[in-house]
Ligand binder design. Structure first.
Ligand code: AMP
Ligand code: MG
Length: 424
């Protein structure tokens, strides 16, 4: 193999393979996408119960305190801190009860207390709660010991959210906790960004849809199902356009149809340099090719571009390459399109307990299983075979092991970067 050290695009030590020379590195590819995409601006008002995973379109301040009133964190007795004994015991008279939702209406004077349950509003005059286990009750009188502190077991008004406080900024993805937080503010309708429509299809003469018989040489189209799952998780509106054969005219027609009805178009397969790989040339004839080669494994022939008003992502056909390029490029792009605040993937270092095979040249996204050992250490191990056709490796993995382009083989025990799927 001839080395071309005069080539200015790649440092010599990452230029071992001539197919790498015009590849963008992963960081540059991410930047190119990030600086191209403009977020959608259209908003819609939807019911709170339908808003999980949607992106808030407006900032939100708390209109009132949550909780609205100081209340008890324990079942016990609401008392005045001035009545707490410093040394001996003290007897207090129970003058009523405060249940959650049924406050005590009166005022509590010196020497008095109120039976109170968790969530019960603190009666006027009281500022402290004694746990029922720490009071001895006889009739209407309780006896308490010293050692209590003023204000204990009280949840102040506004402790969770203070009136006027900013609760959410536009761009927040609504989680299960957020649904509850919004409900605690009495919000029943939220303003969110319109869901992007994402059309996708598979390319390949060998592909059969599930339900069809498999003829010789054919395989089932798995990418369309993987992608459907990924798109639903991302929170866009997926539009499944089926399988398109490896014919340039059919591909062209399918791309035009897809771009006409979607904000983004995703294809799988046909982006390599084989005789039946027409995607890049067809894209070039219809729209713009931003780039078509990334220095990563799996996923080198990932293609990014535009057809009319739709963003285009051409993912390689091997099932692991499809997923790896989706996670690394498409998902962040769609999240940006949805107006979601930027969020770099969660990535950290852990020891890798298995040796990993790697050739210098491309950044690799190997499949790993993060786990906690009996000794309590978090480590990662390889799922085994790393062929980009082995979809099972993605099913078993819970993270990518991210290996820098320049690295070669990795010895067991080496600290490696991992990206948990949950943080992607
Ligand atoms: P390609 O990128 O079209 O050259 O495809 C690379 C490899 O991925 C080939 O072995 C294809 O058969 C396989 N492949 C492509 N598309 C799919 C798909 N939708 N489902 C499963 N395998 C696929
Ligand atoms: Mg193909």
């Amino acid at each position: 193999m001839s080395m071309r050290p005069e080539n200015p695009r790649m440092p010599q030590d990452t230029c071992l393979d001539p197919t790498e020379r015009d590849a963008l590195d992963v960081t540059d590819a991410r930047h190119r996408i990030r600086s191209a995409i403009q977020p959608l601006l259209e908003k819609e008002r939807i019911a709170l119960k339908d808003s999980l995973n949607r992106i808030l379109a407006e900032d939100l301040r708390a209109p009132f305190n949550v909780p609205p009133h100081a209340n008890s964190a324990m079942d016990g007795y609401a008392v005045r801190s001035a009545d707490l004994p410093h040394t001996q015991q003290r007897r207090l008279t129970v003058i009523g009860t405060a249940l959650a939702g049924a406050p005590f209406a009166g005022e509590v004077a010196a020497g008095q207390c109120v039976r109170i349950m968790t969530g019960g509003v603190l009666p006027r005059g009281c500022d402290t709660v004694i746990m029922q286990e720490q009071a001895v009750r006889e009739g209407d009188v309780i006896t308490i010991n010293s050692g209590h502190s003023a204000g204990q077991h009280v949840r102040p008004a506004g402790e969770d959210l203070a009136a006027g406080q900013q609760v959410f900024k536009a761009g927040k993805r609504i989680s299960a906790a957020d649904l509850g937080l919004l409900a605690s503010l009495g919000v029943s309708v939220v303003t969110v960004i319109r869901r992007p429509r994402v059309a996708f299809f598979s390319t390949g003469d060998e592909l059969r849809a599930v339900g069809e018989p498999l003829t010789e040489g054919a395989i089932y189209d798995s990418n369309r199902y993987t992608l459907l799952g990924l798109l639903l998780q991302t929170g866009v509106a997926p539009l499944d356009l089926g399988v398109v054969r490896d014919r340039q005219d059919e591909l062209r027609a399918a791309l035009i149809r897809a771009a006409a009805q979607a904000d983004a178009v995703i294809t799988t397969g046909g982006v390599s340099v084989g005789d039946a790989d027409f995607v890049r040339d067809t894209l070039a004839g219809l729209g713009e090719v931003e780039f078509w080669k990334v220095g990563m494994k799996p996923g080198r022939p990932f293609t990014f571009g535009r057809i009319a008003q739709a963003w285009f992502f051409g993912l390689p056909g091997n099932p692991v390459s499809t997923m790896a390029t989706y996670y690394q490029f498409v998902q962040p792009a769609l999240r940006q399109l949805m107006g979601e605040e930027a969020h770099p993937p969660l990535q950290f270092k852990v020891p890798c307990v298995t040796a990993l095979k790697k050739a210098p040249g491309r950044m690799e996204f190997q499949r790993g299983i993060l786990e906690t050992t009996a000794a309590g250490d978090t480590v990662v191990r390889s799922t085994g075979g790393q062929g980009s056709n082995l979809l099972r490796s993605m099913s078993e993995a819970n993270c990518f092991i991210v290996l820098p382009a320049a690295w070669g083989d990795v010895a067991a025990g080496t600290l490696v970067e991992v990206q948990p799927f949950a943080g992607l």
